[in-house]
Each structure stands twice: as structure tokens, then as C-alpha cells.
Design a protein around this ligand. Structure first.
Ligand SMILES: Cc1cc2nc3c(=O)[nH]c(=O)nc-3n(C[C@H](O)[C@H](O)[C@H](O)COP(=O)(O)OP(=O)(O)OC[C@H]3O[C@@H](n4cnc5c(N)ncnc54)[C@H](O)[C@@H]3O)c2cc1C
Ligand SMILES: *[C@@H]1O[C@H](CO)[C@@H](O)[C@H](O)[C@H]1NC(C)=O
Ligand SMILES: *[C@@H]1O[C@H](CO)[C@@H](O)[C@H](O)[C@H]1NC(C)=O
Ligand SMILES: *[C@@H]1O[C@H](CO)[C@@H](O)[C@H](O)[C@H]1NC(C)=O
Ligand SMILES: *[C@@H]1O[C@H](CO)[C@@H](O)[C@H](O)[C@H]1NC(C)=O
Ligand SMILES: *[C@@H]1O[C@H](CO)[C@@H](O)[C@H](O)[C@H]1NC(C)=O
Length: 524
């Protein structure tokens, strides 16, 4: 009996794949399909709630304006069944699918589509439960959960457990972990994706797969191979990591002439990547527009304040770090500080402060930039007011993990990553063009100081300048898509690109899940 039911279920599953909606009005056909499969929470473009919901998770205003293509519908699945039914209905309606978790994609890929392809957004914001099994060192997080919600739940279960991932609380775990996920604990415990032990993936056929049933190539690909290529990750099983009761956080800002700041940053390159892995010291450098620069050092140490300050003073006396620049706090209090929030309870809010217009690029450095090069670099920056660099130290656990362990490949030999950001607050075409042109020129200058052949980049700092592939509405692309995509694929994933194509072929041969920088299947 049970076996027959199972058989019947399989037939239903299969036939549902071949439902096509025959209607000139695909909106109402989509609505009918969603209703009949029990999906209740969605809104179509004619409704009032639509614009508010669409805007809610747009973190880069470059992709909010009237000139940006808008989705036909926004669907908010409330369960994994809703999620698979949403995908099946969108396929039946011949709509391209965009999956949005936190909406922090630097290029807006979770809520836009190119070439006039009609599309809908599956927004995971209400799939945000995090379950930490007490007494176990693991958690299950639905992929619409923000990093702040994960941190909140983990700390609530045990003050000496943590999860290593990025510092902005509203970043979604769906896109973040899919791209690796670097943060303050990464020198100790690797990127977020290094700490994923299982996942539930809904594929383009609506199958609900776990690690065993998706297979090791696909499970490998979803941990760092970038979001939007494989299917929809419904949830992640995370390995939690131990932290001491008290950690130390320090901030120290040094402003002045480019030469004086360049000396400090030049020295930082030799210190930060070689600190004990319990020590994280990053630096962010901002231009002033008037020829000076300002460097903000952020320290996060799995050690007491006394031990941290005395060790840092010995290894980096030039920084002149006083105990008064540091505080001893619990791990979750450090998270609140680095997220720029005031209290632990704010960690669970998806509301972002003030989104702005921005464009970013990234690089990796393997050989320290010499003093003359550092001065020229900061001179460049000093002439621009609306720009900054973030230098993230690698080394420690980042260097211990092999480059092909997961798709995120930037491991041993990388001293630090660079992120370049320009931002503006009022949209004018001339302003945008001016800022973006400045960034591209600066990036061009930096080529002499960073990795080459290929010039590596971090997929979480997505940059469409690295190349794109245009897909049609059925996911069809140029015959040389695999070699076109290699241009950005090898910059983000180095030698792992080929295995990603193989994994794509195994899970989404029809290329249902695509975007201008997705991984193509073979012969697509
Ligand atoms: C303010 C800010 C701070 C940041 N800080 C860090 C940091 O400290 N460290 C770091 O590594 N990165 C950082 N990032 C980059 C961030 O990790 C990436 O932009 C990430 O892709 C955002 O994930 P999201 O879910 O919020 O974005 P979304 O825009 O929702 O998604 C990004 C991509 O993933 C896909 N996707 C989303 N959810 C799923 C899912 N469940 N299954 C499959 N695909 C999915 C989307 O379709 C899209 O292609 C930061 C970004 C911002 C804007
Ligand atoms: C959404 O954002 C756009 C662009 O910034 C704006 O024009 C529109 O009014 C916003 N919609 C709502 C409901 O706030
Ligand atoms: C339905 O969507 C709204 C946002 O429009 C959200 O606040 C609500 O929690 C969702 N309901 C469920 C059951 O997920
Ligand atoms: C509606 O969907 C059908 C297939 O289901 C497709 O052929 C048609 O082009 C779509 N119409 C519009 C206006 O998008
Ligand atoms: C809390 O986490 C620590 C690891 O930091 C672990 O040793 C301890 O057993 C956990 N306590 C409980 C009650 O689970
Ligand atoms: C630039 O820095 C120098 C050295 O700290 C300082 O004397 C000068 O006033 C600064 N110039 C500006 C415009 O802030």
C-alpha cells in the first residue's frame, strides 16, 4: 500500500513537470497555478504591495530605478513544498526564475534579468528559521535567514559557540554561503562554506535533494560556486565552532598624508597575514578628496585584551595600539559592533539602514606591495572622496584548506584580499559614469600589484566587468558558452571551473537557473 502511494506520488511529480500554461495572460495563468498548488503568499506587478516588497531587499540602488527591468511576480514561499511548487509554476509559465535571499548581490542578480526576458522572483525572506539542536554542535538554517539571525540563534543556544561568516547582519545566508562567505573568524575556521556539512537543494525539476541524493559533485558546487546556478538551496546544515567567553575588539584610525599612512599599511601586509590565527586585523583606507587618506584598523582577537594588546604591540609597534582602543566583550557583542548595530536584538531585523548606489571590484595580493607602489596607490585614493579599500587578511585556516576542497579557491599563498568600492547617494547618469570610470581606472593601475593569469576575484564581490554570458528566456545561450564563461569562471574559481561545469551539467542541464555570470552546462 505504502509502496503504491509512493508510486502514485512519483507519477504526480513527473506529470506536474509537463504542465504548460496555455494562456495569453501568463500572469493569471501563473496565479492559477500557484493557487492550485497551495502557494498563497505572492504578489503580481499590478498590486500595491509589490513595489514595497521588491524594494525591501534591494541593497544597491543602482538596480532600483525605473530603467531596471521589473519582475512579473514576487513569490514568498512559506515551506519547502511552496518552494518547489513555485519553481514548477514559474517553469510552466515560461518565466525566468530569480532567487533572492538577502538581496545583497553587488550586481543585483537576485532581482533583475537581462535581454527583456520576463522573470519572477522567488524571495526566501520568510524561510528564515534557524534551529540549533541543543547539546549538538550543528545548526540547520533556512537559506532566507540573514547572517544576523544565524548569529543570534547560535549565541542564544550557547555563548561559546559561533559561526564563521561575514559581518553585515542583513546579508542573506542563501547568497553568502553559496559564494564562500569570508569573515572575522575565517583565519581560524575558514569561510562559511567550509563549515557546511549538509544542505537541502530544490532543483529545476522540483526534486528536494540532500547531500546524498544530490551527489558529491553538486554538494561540492553549491558550497562556494556562487548562487543562482544550481537550483535553490532551501537550507544549510552548519558546523558551529567554539569561541572563548570573552573576545577582544579593537579599532584604531590613523589619518594623514599618503606617505605616513602608506608606511603603516605597507607594514600591515607583513604582519596581518602572519599573525596567530586567533588574531584578525583588517584595514580599510578611505580617500578624502583633498590629498590625505584615513586608515581604519579593525582588530578581532580570540584572546584577552591584555594578551591581544601586548602581542600586537610587539608585532606591530607602528600601529601604537593602546588598551583604551580595545574592549573585551562576548562574541555576540562583537558581532553587534562589527555589524554597526546597537543591540543584540537588532541582529534579527532584515531592515537595512540606508542603501546607496555602489560599484565594487576585488583582487588578491600574494607579494607585498612595495613602499613606492603603496604610496602611489594611496595617492590615487586620496584624490577621491567617495571611495575606499578594504584589505582582508588571509593566512591561518584560509591557507590550510586545499584550493579544490570547495569551489572557493583563494587559499595558501594569498596574503590578503582587496575590495575597491565607490559609492554615491544621488542617482545621475553623469555621477555614476564618473565614479565607475574612476574605479575601473584605479583597478587598471592596480594590475601591477596583484595576482595575474588569471587576475583572481572573489565571487561574493560580484563584478560584471569580468565578463558575462547572455541567456535567452529558455536558458539557451551561445554555442561557446563554456569558453565565454571561463573568462569570469577562472577568475572567481581558478582551476575549479571545469568541475563546476560538470556539476552544472549533472544538476541543471537545461540551464533553468542562470544569470549573466552563472556556470553554463556543457553544450549550452
Ligand atoms: C553590505 C554588504 C556586506 C557584505 N559583507 C560581506 C562579507 O563580510 N563577506 C563576504 O564574503 N561577503 C560579503 N558581502 C557580499 C555578500 O556575501 C554577497 O553579495 C552575497 O551573494 C549576498 O547574499 P544575499 O543572499 O544577501 O544576496 P542575494 O542578492 O539574495 O543573492 C546573491 C546570489 O545568490 C543567489 N541566491 C540567493 N539565495 C539563494 C539560494 N537560497 N539558493 C541558490 N541561490 C541563491 C541569487 O540568485 C544571487 O545570484 C557583503 C555584501 C554587502 C552588500
Ligand atoms: C521603490 O524604489 C523606487 C526606486 O528607488 C521608487 O521609485 C519607488 O517609489 C519605491 N517604491 C516604494 C513603494 O517605496
Ligand atoms: C507572507 O508575506 C509577507 C510579506 O508580504 C510576510 O510578512 C509574511 O510573513 C508571509 N507569510 C508567511 C506565512 O510566510
Ligand atoms: C506565456 O507562456 C507561454 C508558454 O507557457 C509562452 O509561449 C508565451 O510566450 C508566454 N507569453 C508571454 C506574454 O510571456
Ligand atoms: C557549548 O559550547 C562548547 C564549545 O565552545 C561546548 O564544549 C559545550 O559542550 C557547549 N555546551 C552545551 C550545553 O552544549
Ligand atoms: C593632511 O595630513 C597632514 C598630516 O597629518 C595634516 O597636517 C594636514 O592638515 C592634513 N590636511 C588636510 C586637508 O586635512
Amino acid at each position: 500500500m505504502a509502496r503504491n502511494l509512493h508510486f502514485l506520488f512519483l507519477i504526480l511529480l513527473n506529470t506536474s513537470l509537463f504542465i504548460t500554461i496555455h494562456s495569453h495572460d501568463n500572469n493569471s495563468a501563473l496565479t492559477a497555478c500557484l493557487h492550485s498548488s497551495g502557494v498563497k503568499n505572492f504578489t503580481v506587478s499590478s498590486t500595491l504591495a509589490y513595489s514595497r516588497l521588491l524594494n525591501f531587499s534591494i541593497r544597491n540602488l543602482r538596480f532600483a530605478g525605473a530603467g531596471v527591468p521589473k519582475p512579473t511576480a514576487l513569490i514568498l514561499p512559506c515551506s519547502v513544498e511552496d518552494l518547489r511548487n513555485s519553481i514548477l509554476c514559474l517553469r510552466a509559465a515560461s518565466l525566468a526564475i530569480r532567487v533572492r535571499s538577502g538581496g545583497h548581490s553587488y550586481e543585483g542578480l537576485s532581482y533583475t534579468a537581462n535581454n527583456g526576458v520576463p522573470f519572477a522572483i522567488v524571495d526566501l525572506m520568510t524561510l528564515n528559521r534557524v534551529r540549533v539542536d541543543s547539546g549538538s554542535l550543528f545548526a540547520w538554517a533556512e537559506s532566507g535567514a540573514s547572517l544576523g539571525e544565524i548569529y543570534y540563534a547560535v549565541a542564544a543556544s550557547n555563548r561559546t559557540l559561533a559561526f564563521p561568516a561575514g559581518s553585515c547582519a542583513t546579508v542573506g545566508s542563501g547568497g553568502h554561503i553559496a559564494g564562500g562567505g569570508f569573515g572575522l573568524l575565517s583565519r581560524k575556521y575558514g569561510v562559511a562554506a567550509d563549515n557546511v556539512v549538509d544542505a537541502i537543494l530544490v532543483d529545476s525539476a522540483g526534486r528536494v535533494l540532500n547531500r546524498d541524493s544530490m551527489g558529491e559533485d553538486v554538494f561540492w558546487a553549491i558550497r562556494g560556486g556562487g548562487g543562482g546556478s544550481w537550483g535553490v538551496v532551501y537550507s544549510w546544515q552548519l558546523r558551529l565552532v567554539p569561541v572563548p567567553e570573552r573576545v577582544t575588539v579593537c579599532t584604531r584610525t590613523r589619518s594623514g598624508s599618503t606617505r605616513s599612512v602608506a608606511e603603516l599599511v605597507h607594514r600591515w601586509q607583513y604582519v596581518a597575514p602572519n599573525l596567530p590565527e586567533e588574531f584578525y586585523l583588517s584595514v580599510s583606507v578611505a580617500g578624502s578628496g583633498d590629498g590625505n587618506v584615513s586608515a581604519s584598523f579593525t582588530g578581532f582577537f580570540l584572546a584577552s585584551r591584555k594578551a591581544a594588546v601586548s602581542s600586537l604591540s610587539r608585532r606591530f609597534p607602528e600601529l601604537v595600539l593602546a588598551e583604551s582602543s580595545c574592549r573585551e566583550v562576548s562574541w555576540i557583542e562583537s558581532v553587534v559592533q562589527f555589524a554597526g548595530l546597537d543591540s543584540v536584538s537588532e541582529l534579527t531585523s532584515h531592515e537595512s539602514s540606508s542603501p546607496e548606489f555602489f560599484k565594487a571590484k576585488s583582487d588578491y595580493v600574494r607579494i607585498p606591495i612595495d613602499m613606492a607602489g603603496m604610496i602611489t596607490t594611496l595617492d590615487y585614493l586620496s584624490r577621491k572622496q567617495e571611495a575606499y579599500l578594504i584589505l582582508d587578511p588571509y593566512g591561518g585556516a584560509m591557507a590550510r584548506v586545499k584550493s579544490d576542497q570547495i569551489p572557493f579557491p583563494h587559499r595558501a599563498g594569498n596574503l590578503y584580499g582587496i575590495q575597491y568600492i565607490v559609492y554615491w547617494t544621488v542617482e545621475e547618469d553623469t555621477a555614476r559614469d564618473k565614479h565607475v570610470a574612476w574605479l575601473r581606472e584605479f583597478y587598471e593601475y592596480m594590475s601591477r600589484h596583484v595576482t595575474k593569469n588569471p587576475r583572481a576575484a572573489f565571487v561574493n564581490y560580484l563584478d560584471l566587468d569580468l565578463g558575462t554570458v547572455e541567456w535567452g528566456r529558455g536558458g539557451e545561450g551561445p554555442t561557446d558558452a563554456v569558453s565565454k564563461a571561463r573568462v569570469y569562471g577562472e577568475r572567481y574559481f581558478l582551476g575549479n571551473y571545469g568541475r563546476l561545469v560538470k556539476a552544472k551539467n549533472a544538476i541543471d542541464k537545461e540551464n533553468v537557473f542562470n544569470n549573466p555570470q552563472s556556470i553554463p552546462p556543457l553544450n549550452k
